[in-house]
Design a protein around this ligand. Structure first.
Ligand code: FAD
Length: 379
């Protein structure tokens, strides 16, 4: 049986960052990805520039879209809008995550794609993990630490904490990829705050290299709501062309306060598997990267101090306190409890100006903070 210090399931953002840092710290690390890479992932692929600091890497230009996003345009239900300059990273998750996989490999991690975590069990102080390749050949791997970075349908967490998941979908998203002419600005991220279009956050429009993406999320009837938003955008911005692809995504994870969970003993949850995607902030990749980095930090510290691997969860929870607190506070602040657009308008007037100012202040202070201490935006 092959043995590793650290086994990581999931080759997305959280898994790749965790793998980079455990391998860089000298621990033998295996990380696996279920799909053939580069793999597609339903995601807008928009992030704050501080993501590079959390990665500890400069993103190569060829991993970014050809159009930059430099402005944001927030539309309220009463038709008013707020425009602001705001530079963001814009990338496609297949080419981007493929680069992150490469970074982890360059730092010494072993990687296998088309390889799935099937099951695991704790035997004495070790974890015996069963994995399967594309031919359904299974293999057992022994590791001291197991990181679940398998996203919103987390394989390890679902077995450990089945009650964190619902029988039916708890929320879904849809993206229309549109090829053609429009009156939209290719450098602007459009956010439509309107409960008729999205009852979890904002509906979105942005450009990704040659294609426009028009998408939204809803707790039910996503196909119908998505079409309604697309028809609205088509008329308002004079879309002339064709939809070349539609992409959907849904999850059964309970999105209440209890969604955040970091694992147990030497089994750590990171990124979406830990419930760190934040509907209120409208993003999740920064939390995924930061949690991956902090999970690696906790493991490296436990190894250095020769403590028992089962003590890792305690340390990981401690260094994750700020991020967990922010995520849970944002669950409480979310718009899903609002009844109508009038209530949404009051909510937006109350929070937006204040949050805009706090965001600029935190953005400034982030420049001086160490990567592990960054305040994720909007705060
Ligand atoms: C429509 C949409 C738009 C979004 N837009 C943004 C955005 O603009 N900005 C932002 O910051 N966030 C956005 N998010 C959230 C963001 O996509 C997630 O927060 C982020 O991808 C989480 O990263 P992760 O590494 O935890 O999980 P993932 O990126 O989901 O990676 C998990 C990986 O694990 C693999 N896997 C699953 N099961 C197994 C298994 N059994 N064995 C091995 N591998 C397995 C999966 O194939 C996947 O590659 C968006 C999400 C959606 C759905």
């Amino acid at each position: 049986m092959k043995e590793f210090d650290v086994f990581i399931a999931g080759g997305g953002i959280a898994g790749s960052v965790a793998a980079k840092y455990t391998a860089k710290g000298g621990l033998s690390t295996l990380f696996i990805e279920k799909y053939k890479t580069p793999r597609m992932k339903s995601c807008s692929g928009i992030q704050f520039p501080y993501l590079e600091k959390i990665f500890g890497e400069k993103i190569p230009l060829d991993r970014l879209c050809t159009n930059e996003l430099t402005k944001v345009s927030m539309h309220r239900p009463d038709g008013k809008k707020i425009k602001a300059p705001f530079k963001m990273l814009n990338f496609m998750r297949d080419v981007f995550d493929d680069w992150l996989n490469e970074v982890a490999i360059k730092n010494g991690a072993e990687f296998r794609d088309e390889c799935s975590l099937i099951d695991w069990e704790i035997v004495h102080d070790d974890i015996i993990i069963t994995i399967s390749d594309k031919y359904k050949n299974t293999e057992k791997i022994k590791a001291k630490y197991l990181i679940d970075a398998t996203g919103l349908m987390p394989k390890v967490r679902m077995k450990m904490r089945p009650n964190d998941f619902e029988k039916r979908s708890s929320g879904a998203t849809i993206n229309y990829y549109f090829d053609g002419e429009t009156d939209l600005d290719p450098n602007t991220l459009y956010q439509y705050w309107n409960l008729e279009f999205n009852n979890m956050m904002f509906a979105w429009i942005y450009k990704k290299s040659d294609l426009w993406v028009i998408g939204t999320g809803y707790d039910k009837n996503i196909a119908k709501v998505g079409q309604k938003f697309f028809d609205f955008v088509k008329e308002k911005y004079n879309l002339k062309g064709e939809v070349v692809k539609k992409e959907g995504f849904s999850s059964t994870m309970n999105m209440g306060e209890s969604k955040v969970n970091l694992g147990e003993g030497q089994i750590l949850f990171v990124g979406d598997a830990a419930g760190l995607v934040d509907m209120c902030r409208g993003v999740g990749m920064d939390a995924a990267a930061l949690s991956g980095r902090l999970a690696a930090k906790a493991i490296l510290k436990i190894e250095k101090k020769r403590k028992k691997p089962s003590q890792t969860f305690q340390l990981y929870s401690r260094i994750m306190r700020k991020l967990v607190k922010q995520t849970i506070n944002n669950v409480r602040k979310g718009i899903y409890n609002l009844k109508n657009n009038e209530e949404l308008l009051i909510y937006l007037k109350k929070f937006m100006l204040k949050e805009g100012i706090v965001m600029m202040i935190q953005k400034f202070f982030n420049k001086f903070r160490r990567a592990e201490k960054i305040t994720l935006l909007p705060p």
